[in-house]
Ligand binder design. Structure first.
Ligand SMILES: [Cu+2]
Length: 474
């Protein structure tokens, strides 16, 4: 990395807002010299070595013996390296792009300046092909966050979130109480997507519906169920599972056979009412921190509750010490997912402003691509979607007028779920909320992080096809 680590000045010397965009760039040494001359600096200095380095490059990924796919990944691993950051401490991350297209990395769930957030629509710079980009930021808030490509994939099912371009980013408290014996990080993903007209597969979807992505395989981390190392546990342990749905487009519903799951945090944020449940639902981009009491020795499957999902590879074996045998699956009792059970009853402050957002589908027809609108407009006509004033509380009354699920994500802010359908709730803080088909959800957020912020569906195809808008500040 060292030959790329020449820059004008250390990033910590100047307030971010005063730094010209180019000074974030760490290019070849010659570029640094040129900039130095242009700005009248008499010297260059070696910037401090980065705390982390990520390299975006092609990867031959063996999901199972004989099952090899060609994808892209960070540092030749899926997921990428776990980034463990201390809350409030500044971190320097160098990203090198050894692919043939410009890319960009988004730090999902963090409060960052727009130019460091990793979304080109907010003004963050791309990591140019063949180039290196340094991101310098202060990590906050604490919790299970993640990073991923925020590039446009369009119809190319090998890029952005269709690829292995994601990893965990955990912001830790300055002092971690650590009320668990072991921590296990699992990211679900779907692979080998292809565009399919649903009309060709089965009856049911409206005849004007466009192409959807179907997948041939799935994994937890880099392996299909039954391949790779099991999660090894011991009787009596309290294990913290940090679960992430990094799938480009698919929801997952998960269970650990023989065990119940105690959800203590959603999207990295502690819930007011932890609940012990049989099945966990995660839409794309959602995370859950789950504690499991290891009290049933055996060899079990943690995986998708649908047989076809586990057959595709969605799962991992959990093996107690000194236990042998075939991994067991036990179908759990199923119930509808309900965010409000994790909330509490509490009067909510009245919002300063209430905004209606209506999500609609423009069907692409058989063989075509669907488009998406927010209040009748698609990106970039949704720039701005609405404008906020710093310090005010906004209530977004969102209505999904389509037969599809939409995990709606707001960048650079945490929001509170205040209503799901007719059920009021409080205290469930998230950055992504799933809207089931033909549903309504209300969320509140405080405009406390000036700068443009994306609001979009995290379904890769939906965001690429217009389901995106920019929240701006006055
Ligand atoms: Cu969507």
């Amino acid at each position: 990395m060292f030959e790329h680590a020449i820059s004008l000045t250390s990033a910590s010397r100047q307030p971010r807002s005063l730094m010209p965009r180019r000074s974030f760039l760490i290019g070849a040494g010659a570029t640094g010299m040129t900039l130095g001359t242009a700005l009248g600096t008499a010297y260059t200095q070696i910037a401090a070595v980065a705390d982390y380095s990520l390299r975006i490059a092609p990867l031959r990924l063996e999901l199972a013996p004989g099952k090899v796919i060609q994808t892209f990944a960070y540092n030749d691993s899926v997921p990428g390296p776990v980034l463990r950051l201390r809350e409030g401490r500044q971190v320097r991350i160098d990203i090198r792009n050894d692919t043939d297209i410009d890319d960009i990395v988004h730090w999902h769930g963090l409060y960052l300046p727009s130019e460091a957030d990793g979304a080109m629509e907010e003004g963050s710079p791309m990591v140019e092909r063949g180039g290196t980009q340094r991101y310098t930021f202060t990590a906050k808030p604490t919790g299970t966050r993640w990073y991923h490509s925020h590039n446009v994939a369009g119809t190319d099912l090998t890029r952005s979130l269709y690829a292995g371009l994601y990893g965990f980013l955990i912001v830790e408290l300055a002092s971690d109480p650590g009320r668990y014996d072991q921590e296990v990080l699992l990211a679900a993903h779907h692979w080998e997507g292809s565009w399919v007209s649903m009309q060709d597969l089965r009856r049911g979807p409206p005849p004007d519906n466009g192409l959807e992505v179907l997948y041939a395989s799935a994994s937890f981390n880099d392996k299909m169920l039954g391949h790779g190392e099991p999660v090894r546990v011991r009787e009596g342990q309290r294990v913290l599972f940090r679960l992430l749905n990094a799938s480009p487009t698919e929801n997952v519903t998960l269970a650990l056979a023989g065990h119940r799951l105690t959800v203590i945090a959603l999207d990295g944020n502690p819930v007011p009412s932890p609940q012990t449940i049989d099945t966990l639902f995660l839409a794309p981009a959602e995370r859950a921190d789950v504690i499991v009491e290891m009290n049933r020795p055996g060899v079990w499957i943690l995986g998708g509750i649908k047989d076809e999902d586990r057959k595709m590879g969605l799962g991992v074996v959990v093996e107690y010490a000194n236990q042998r045998g075939e991994p067991q699956w036990v179908a759990p009792p199923t119930s509808a997912w309900d965010y409000t059970i994790f909330g509490r009853e509490r009067p909510l402050p009245a919002p300063d402003e209430r905004l209606d957002l209506i999500f609609e589908k423009v069907p692409g027809g058989r063989g075509g691509y669907n488009r998406w609108t927010i209040n009748g407009k698609s990106w970039p006509a949704t720039n701005p979607l609405f404008t906020t004033e710093r310090g005010k509380r906004y209530r977004l009354a969102m209505s999904n007028k389509s037969g599809d699920n939409h995990p709606v994500h707001l960048h650079r802010h945490t929001f509170e779920i205040t209503k799901v359908g007719d059920k009021a709730t409080a205290g469930v803080m998230k950055d992504t909320v799933n809207m089931t088909r033909f549903s309504t959800v209300e969320i509140d957020f405080i405009a406390d992080d000036p700068g443009p912020s994306l609001l979009h569906c995290h379904h890769q195809d939906h965001q690429d096809e217009g389901f995106m808008g920019l929240v701006t500040y006055l």
